[in-house]
Design a protein around this ligand. Sequence first.
Ligand SMILES: [Zn+2]
Length: 456
Amino acid sequence: MIVGLSSERIRMRFAISALALSVVINLAAFSAAQARPFPGPDVQQIYNRLLPQIEKIPAFDHHAHPGFADDPDIDAMAAPPNASLPLRTRDDNPELAAAAKALFGYPYADFSPEHAKWLLDKKAELKKQFPGTAYFNSILDKLNTESSVANRAMMPDYLDAKRFPWVFFADSFLWPFNNEHETARNPDEGVFIPLQEKMLHRWMQQENVTKLPAGFGDYLKFISQVLEDNSKRGGIAMKFEVAYFRPTTFSDPTRAQAEDIYQRYVAGGIPSEKDYRTFQDVIFRYLVTEGGRLHLPVHIHSAVGIGDYFNLSQSNIMNLETVLRDPRYASTTFVMIHGGYPLEREAIWLAAMKNVYLDSSFGELAQYPSAFKDTLKMWLETFPDKITFGTDCFPYNQVLGSEESYWLGVQSSRTALAAALAEMVSENEITEPRALELAHAYLHDTAVKLYEGRVH
Ligand SMILES: [Zn+2]
């Protein structure tokens, strides 16, 4: 028979061609979506397109230490003398001349004394031209930074509170007893611990308290009062630098244990290290809980730190995992300052918790952009909605200030961000419009949302 195909065969043919068509369609979809392991030759062009758009995004700097070098309130602690600094953060980094050129038109490539004088004179002239808060606002304008957190002991009158929201230090509440043992542990603690004592006294002065309360309950009330007053005075978050002073493993003792230790040592005597830590563990958890009640996010230094005695294994960000994943603290927002660097690969998985965020500051100064790009890329590929930008700017010395440090942090972050996103686009991971959404989130939006309308 040549009368065509049986209906059975027609059905089969149709089924086979439909299957072939769907395979073709699926393959096409597959090849468009499948990520590839290397960026293509278009990566530089994508970078060139993304960078100017990223530079136009007004940034929210989530961690910085703005202020003049001679301002004692710039931090609640100080760098120990003679501390080793990684290559890029030294004040002889030639990139700082580029920073001075970009910000102030600095015409030299080095900072010899006579050249440095040019820069000092220029800044003095600008401070006259931009008096009061106008000087640092003008620096933010030049960097296209809308606002920058001021992580400071106290706020000075030369920073505009609207553009420099205050993050205050909460560590000093952990050190109310005789600190002879802690201060003597090594030369770095010899610098750090007395400054914690000083900070605690400043909080006492603020609350008109001349001596520590006799009862533990009243000590907790005093702490809460400071937090509430700081919040009223513009504080948007509390910051812990505790990794500098003791290991960040926090046990879970009872309130009664802490009360007993408080009663024994508030009026004098030197607590054993074990007793002191037990007391501190309760106070730390109290502060974290209060951060939830008062809508004060808790910032925690979570990276290496300055000072040759800084113990990385004892301050490993993963030590905090039990606290961060504790459902009792679900209403507290945590920001892991410096993102656990150099353990940022582990750290990003802590951001699986809905209330945990990572800040990338310092990573962009400790690393050059070529390496920081890889950090950002890995984070953007994991929890892109949980990471925030910060510079960790600080004054280097009398000549090179937080201004140049700001510039280096902003430039490094924007270029590394553009490079990370360009690779992701070129490797078929995301589209270019999506890359720009992620850039907005990282540079501004994600952090701003944490403060419920108190910052912009
Ligand atoms: Zn810092």
